[in-house]
Design a protein around this ligand. Structure first.
Ligand code: ATP
Ligand code: MG
Length: 404
């Protein structure tokens, strides 16, 4: 049995939680992603614990808990500044609709719990002694860098079709391959993905897309025809084949959506619809629309200072990132230098505002907005100094303010 001698502090900090459960007569283990990432020496972002104790029993043992998913057996325990999801050993049964178990059944042993997990590398557990419980040869698959279903892959995808998206997501995040039989099972069952909610598919798709090996994972996403059963991608596999050939992988979600929209040649007025089909937020949609618009502009010509100003820093950096990913040659250093040199970066930095103009006799209304925009353009272009005096003089010269 493999034994980890020096546990990282994120685990040792959680040890008293496991020990408390054990002292009360229950079993408790670290499980899932944290154990996998420990063996892979990856960053560990959260710790999941599996136990034989029922949720009510867990709640009795710890003063601070949150009912995260009592019905599914999950209680979050807050302990010494950390928060831990503690889930009762369970099996899932009666997957009638390819989505979620009809009911979960609590069980008394770890092995039943590990059996319901998706992939062998996610079905590892570790006890308080640092000993790894590996019932499905997950350590071997970690070494071979394989994503492999626990048990019969077809059956597992029938139980929960989201697992097919999780397979390509982990490929990208971990830079792993998909085991042959598991891959075949995805190819045979890809249509089951239609039973899964768009939000859940999107979350896995985005994790795949911003993972370090998303181009290889995307290839399998296309090969297995999963791409035919997600929003807006059906019939687009020829265009999408560009994705695995990209110069770089996106690491931002905004870049991912922008790159895909550009690859699919979606016109600007249809970006909203596309993002909506994927159930993206309005904020994400607006960001992506602006990034794609600026990318189009940058691909065509050099932007004016005022266009750089309106785009703003984050859209500019994101559009440059997108150009980089697509291998579109643009002089990003020159663009950033020009942006940095802009006299103002936001309207709020203007030396005057609407009230300043009203106090000097300009009537509130559309014309006021026009005047402010003109001043802003002049200041951004470096034509007009950003001071009350210079702006007042400018407005008098233009006979916008009456000469006193
Ligand atoms: P990360 O949190 O780093 O994305 P993870 O492996 O912790 O990766 P989670 O989605 O947090 O992934 O799930 C935690 C664990 O629960 C997994 O490691 C796996 O054992 C199990 N699991 C999660 N989703 C499923 C599923 N759809 N089918 C079977 N087991 C699952
Ligand atoms: Mg997790």
């Amino acid at each position: 049995m493999m034994k980890i001698e020096n546990l990282p502090s994120i685990f040792t900090k959680a040890l008293p939680v496991l020990e408390q459960l054990e002292n009360a007569g229950f079993e408790a283990y670290f499980v899932g992603g944290a154990v996998r990432d420990l063996l892979l020496k990856r960053h560990i972002h959260d710790i999941d614990i599996a136990t034989s104790a029922y949720p009510e029993e867990v709640k009795k043992l710890f003063p601070k808990t949150i009912d995260t998913g009592i019905k599914h057996g999950t209680v979050t325990v807050l302990y010494a500044g950390g928060s831990y999801e503690i889930t009762t050993f369970r099996t899932e049964s009666g997957y009638q609709d390819y989505r979620r178990p009809d009911h979960v059944t609590f069980v008394q042993n770890l092995s039943e719990d590990l059996k319901r997990r998706d992939f062998t590398i996610n079905a590892l557990a570790m006890n308080t002694q640092g000993e790894i419980i590996d019932l499905f040869d997950g350590i071997n698959d970690l070494q071979k860098r394989l994503i492999k279903a626990v048990g019969d892959p077809e059956q597992r995808f029938h139980e929960d079709a989201l697992r097919m998206m999780r397979a390509v997501r982990f490929m990208s995040q971990l830079k792993f391959s998909l085991a042959d039989e598991t891959k075949r099972a995805v190819l045979v069952n890809h249509k089951l993905l239609r039973k899964i909610s768009v939000e859940r598919i999107r979350d896995e798709f985005v994790k795949m897309g911003v993972g370090p090996d998303s181009r290889a994972a995307f290839n399998v996403f296309l090969e297995t025809k999963l791409s035919e059963d997600v929003p807006a991608f059906a019939g687009e596999s020829d265009s999408l084949k560009v994705y695995p050939q990209l110069k770089f992988s996106p690491s931002l979600e905004t870049s991912l959506w922008s790159v895909i929209i550009i690859i699919l040649k979606i016109p600007n007025e249809q970006i909203g619809q596309f993002m909506h089909e994927w159930k993206n937020s309005n904020a994400m949609t607006t960001d992506v629309e602006q990034i794609v618009a600026l990318f189009d502009l940058l691909s065509d010509r050099s932007p004016s200072d005022y266009e750089l100003f309106t785009a703003g820093k984050s859209t500019l950096l994101n559009a440059i990132d997108v150009a980089h990913i697509l291998g579109q040659p643009i002089d990003s250093k020159a663009l950033v230098d020009r942006y940095v040199a802009l006299p103002i970066k936001a309207t709020s930095e203007l030396a005057i505002d609407g009230r300043f103009l009203i106090e000097r006799g300009v009537k509130p209304g559309p014309q006021l907005g026009q005047i402010l925009t003109t001043i802003k353009e002049e200041v951004v272009n470096g034509q007009l100094e950003n001071s009350k005096e210079a702006i007042t003089a400018f407005l008098k010269r233009k006979q916008i303010l009456n000469v006193k």
